[in-house]
Design a binder for this molecule. Structure first.
Ligand SMILES: *[C@@H]1O[C@H](CO)[C@@H](O)[C@H](O)[C@H]1NC(C)=O
Ligand SMILES: *[C@@H]1O[C@H](CO)[C@@H](O)[C@H](O)[C@H]1NC(C)=O
Ligand SMILES: *[C@@H]1O[C@H](CO)[C@@H](O)[C@H](O)[C@H]1NC(C)=O
Ligand SMILES: *[C@@H]1O[C@H](CO)[C@@H](O)[C@H](O)[C@H]1NC(C)=O
Ligand SMILES: *[C@@H]1O[C@H](CO)[C@@H](O)[C@H](O)[C@H]1NC(C)=O
Ligand SMILES: *[C@@H]1O[C@H](CO)[C@@H](O)[C@H](O)[C@H]1NC(C)=O
Ligand SMILES: *[C@@H]1O[C@H](CO)[C@@H](O)[C@H](O)[C@H]1NC(C)=O
Ligand SMILES: *[C@@H]1O[C@H](CO)[C@@H](O)[C@H](O)[C@H]1NC(C)=O
Ligand SMILES: *[C@@H]1O[C@H](CO)[C@@H](O)[C@H](O)[C@H]1NC(C)=O
Ligand SMILES: *[C@@H]1O[C@H](CO)[C@@H](O)[C@H](O)[C@H]1NC(C)=O
Ligand SMILES: *[C@@H]1O[C@H](CO)[C@@H](O)[C@H](O)[C@H]1NC(C)=O
Ligand SMILES: *[C@@H]1O[C@H](CO)[C@@H](O)[C@H](O)[C@H]1NC(C)=O
Length: 693
């Protein structure tokens, strides 16, 4: 055999081989029909000449190992997160891929309606995180004989009713995920036919009505997640039949009634989230039999009764418990101290009484504790106990104690502990006394709120020496003396070496998004309003250039407004109202580009109100109660020196001219003013963007 013949023989084998391995042309045409309807970048290599015919070699396509005759069939189309975009208007290709078992188009930007037909072979269908919309035509699913095991259409824009009939079409389903769409209405009978279902998710829709009766017949369920809908009615005692359940999320709905007494039978349960419903009654004792529980969230309901009668000691895996915003009574249960894994404990907004139990000092993992808005006593005792929780980072105790002495250095002699405390709130407790020196030992404190107490005496100089503090809230107390110069040295308000980002402290599951934002996006701020502070505003305060909120209102500050305040380049709110400040408003304040709130009402200021920058957005209310201030905003002309003797005439003329002030908007002034506002807004936006990028 010559070399040439050998070569040709092999070539023929090669060509023949490629034919043997190539894909069924029906499948190839089907895939091409799909391909024509979408775009992708980088492009799929489906039309590359190397294997233009053999669709089994295309990206994301898998075929049967053996040929069907000579031709292999497509079994998987697996193209998640592949930047596919476009509207699929013709889904007929899908039905023609008659051996397709896996279809995953998750995380693309494909729009269109739900496919009307599927091949019988389909087992895994994942269309999640796309832009599909319209109803899920249950007719297409109702045909018996589908073999779906997993069905995920979450995070699209599907509407209409949940297609319960999918279960009669595909009785072997194990996973159903309808979450994050716009499904409405109630769930009708049908899901019960999914007798092997393990995961059911339909959260973040607008589904209403009671849980369907036949849901309770699906004993195989491991996860039920129906949060953030409008489900109503009771949580049935039959829920205890889900003996393999590990996750039960029914939060943010309108469920009523009590937690079933037999909930304790769910012995595998790890997460129980019933928060933000209208549940009532007392907590069943069996709840504390759930020894695998790590998360128990019951806040924002109408639960009542003594919580101290519950024995939490079996909950050795419990990490987070939130009983906040109910009407629980009694003491903080001692048995909680035995939950060794506890990192977050929230009991805020209840009617608890008594003292913090001494045993809480043994909670070494505890990092968040909120007991705000209760009726406890002995704040000094509480601090003495909690300081031993060496991981405690967040301690909310506002409006929890009332009319007690501010724990002083005798109470907390040689304070040690609180090594990790970063947020301490003790506001609204009507605590009496001085700002105690032990606070100076909280070296990691970032946020300190002592507002709404009866604290008297001076603001101590050492407060200016707290290395990480960027929110100091002393609003509404009886503080006297001046604002110490040392406060203008607060390192975390001067340079950004400590992050103001508290998000690492936030435990999202503990808070609603609103509270979450309120608590953990705190702007760097200095608030000493509503006290009896006096003296000048120290000009060095202009150094605190990271400050976003400065509240000096309702004190007895006098002297001028330091022009150095223009150094507070990040300032958004500046309140100096209700003092005895005199002199002019410094022109330099017009340079504060982020200033959206400014108030100097009720002082002794004089001269013309600056008219530039953000000052064009402030209103007359922000300046009222300063008889000697003048300018456009106050409709009071600025008297030119040497015309003082004409004051009366001027006033008369002013009154006569009032009409012309009103008329200004329709004259040239209006357009000049509008222009100025527009330009300054543009500048603000521009600088905001460039600054924040
Ligand atoms: C197409 O891309 C896939 C994945 O990147 C690769 O495995 C395959 O070999 C490519 N096929 C061709 C014909 O280039
Ligand atoms: C689809 O692909 C995504 C991304 O790889 C993956 O996370 C997901 O689990 C897949 N879907 C199914 C049902 O396996
Ligand atoms: C599906 O198959 C039918 C019959 O074989 C054919 O007429 C139709 O064109 C095919 N559709 C697509 C999109 O390939
Ligand atoms: C459904 O898909 C989303 C991603 O798009 C994923 O986060 C989710 O876990 C999937 N659901 C199930 C039950 O696997
Ligand atoms: C929802 O889909 C969008 C777009 O594909 C994606 O950016 C987002 O991360 C998805 N959200 C979740 C929770 O999966
Ligand atoms: C689906 O989205 C398309 C635009 O992508 C829109 O034209 C159509 O009206 C939507 N259909 C439904 C039922 O919302
Ligand atoms: C619960 O899970 C176990 C172990 O995975 C399994 O053997 C058992 O059949 C399940 N029970 C039900 C009712 O599905
Ligand atoms: C709980 O609420 C239901 C109505 O939703 C009411 O009938 C029942 O009396 C309430 N139970 C308690 C203990 O308040
Ligand atoms: C307490 O829960 C109710 C709903 O039960 C809610 O309306 C209210 O805002 C919550 N209050 C707080 C302080 O979270
Ligand atoms: C407190 O510290 C001082 C000096 O640091 C020491 O003399 C005193 O004994 C300590 N008191 C207690 C109760 O530890
Ligand atoms: C300061 O405390 C007051 C009253 O408790 C509160 O309204 C305000 O939001 C607090 N400000 C900051 C920055 O913590
Ligand atoms: C007030 O100022 C306006 C514009 O400068 C001027 O036209 C008007 O005569 C002034 N009125 C008085 C009373 O000075």
């Amino acid at each position: 055999m010559s070399i040439l013949t050998f070569f040709f023989f092999n070539l023929i084998l090669l060509i023949h081989g490629s034919i043997v391995l190539s894909c069924n042309p029906i499948d190839r045409d089907s895939l091409l029909s799909f391909h024509h309807q979408i775009s992708s970048s980088p492009p799929l290599n489906w039309s590359s000449s190397v294997a233009a015919d053999d669709c089994c070699q295309w990206e994301g396509v898998s075929c049967t190992g053996d040929g069907d005759g000579l031709l292999r069939r497509v079994t998987r189309l697996w193209l998640p997160e592949r930047s596919l975009a476009g509207a699929i208007t013709d889904f007929s290709f899908l039905a023609n891929l008659s051996s397709l078992s896996h279809l995953n188009l998750s995380g693309n930007r494909i729009s269109g309606a739900f496919p009307s037909l599927f091949p019988h072979s389909i087992k895994i269908l994942d269309l999640s995180s796309n832009r599909f919309n319209g109803t899920v035509d249950s007719l297409s699913l109702r045909r018996r004989g589908l073999n779906l095991i997993a069905f995920n259409i979450s995070n699209n824009s599907f509407s209409g009713a949940i297609p319960s009939s999918i279960c009669s079409a595909s009785p072997f389903l194990e996973t159903l995920d309808f979450s994050m769409n716009q499904f409405t209405g109630r769930i009708y009978h049908g899901l019960g036919e999914c007798s092997q279902l393990q995961i059911l998710r339909a959260g973040f829709n607008s589904i209403s009505g009671w849980l369907p009766n036949d849901l309770y017949s699906i004993r195989t369920l491991k996860e039920i997640s129906l949060c953030n809908n409008q489900f109503s009615g009771p949580i049935d005692g039959r829920i205890s039949l889900f003996s393999n359940l590990t996750i039960l999320e029914l939060h943010v709905n309108e469920f009523t009634g009590e937690i079933p007494n037999n909930i304790g039978l769910l012995s595998k349960l790890e997460q129980l989230q019933f928060h933000t419903n209208s549940l009532n009654g007392t907590l069943p004792h069996s709840l504390t039999d759930l020894s695998n529980l790590n998360t128990l969230l019951l806040r924002n309901n109408h639960f009542a009764g003594e919580i101290s009668v519950l024995d939490f000691s079996k909950l050795q895996k419990l990490q987070a418990i939130d009983l906040g915003n109910n009407t629980f009574t009694g003491k903080v249960p001692d048995s909680l101290c035995l939950c060794r894994s506890l990192t977050a404990l929230r009991l805020a907004y209840n009617k608890l009484t008594g003292e913090i139990p001494p045993c809480m000092s043994s909670l070494k993992s505890l990092s968040h504790f909120s007991i705000s808005d209760n009726y406890l006593s002995n704040v000094a005792g509480a601090l003495k106990i909690l300081r031993h929780c060496e991981n405690l980072a967040v301690l909310f105790m506002s409006r929890c104690f009332s009319d007690e002495p501010m724990p002083d250095d005798n109470d907390l002699l040689n304070l040690s502990g609180f090594e990790n405390l970063q947020i301490l709130t003790l506001g609204g407790c009507k605590l009496e006394g001085r700002i105690p020196f032990w606070i100076s030992k909280l070296r990691r404190i970032k946020v300190l709120n002592l507002s709404y107490n009866k604290i008297s005496g001076p603001i101590p100089k050492w407060l200016g020496n707290m290395p990480s503090m960027f929110v100091l809230n002393l609003t509404k107390n009886f503080l006297t003396g001046d604002l110490p110069y040392e406060i203008t040295l607060l390192p975390s308000l001067i340079s950004d070496n400590t992050s103001s980002d508290l998000s690492h402290l936030a435990l999202p599951f503990l808070f609603d998004s609103l509270q979450y934002n309120r608590l953990f996006n705190l702007p760097r701020g200095l608030k000493v309003g509503n006290n009896s502070l006096s003296g000048n505003i120290p000009e060095e305060i202009g150094r605190l250039k990271l400050l976003r909120v400065l509240d000096l209102s309702n004190n007895n500050f006098n002297g001028g407004i330091p022009h150095q305040l223009s150094g507070l380049v990040n300032l958004e709110r500046l309140d100096m109202s209700g003092n005895h400040l005199s002199g002019k408003i410094p022109e330099s304040l017009t340079e504060l580009n982020f200033l959206s709130y400014f108030n100097v009402a009720n002082n002794d200021l004089e001269g013309e109100i600056p008219r530039k920058g953000q000052f064009d957005t402030f209103t007359a209310d922000d300046f009222e109660g300063n008889p000697k201030l003048c300018g456009y905003l106050l409709r009071r002309n600025c008297t030119i020196t040497g015309q003082d003797n004409n004051v009366d005439t001027n006033e008369e003329e002013e009154e006569e001219n009032e009409g012309s002030w009103y008329n200004v908007p329709f004259g040239l002034g209006y357009f000049v003013g509008l222009f100025a506002v527009t330009i300054s807004l543009l500048l603000i936006n521009g600088s905001w963007i460039s600054f924040r990028k």
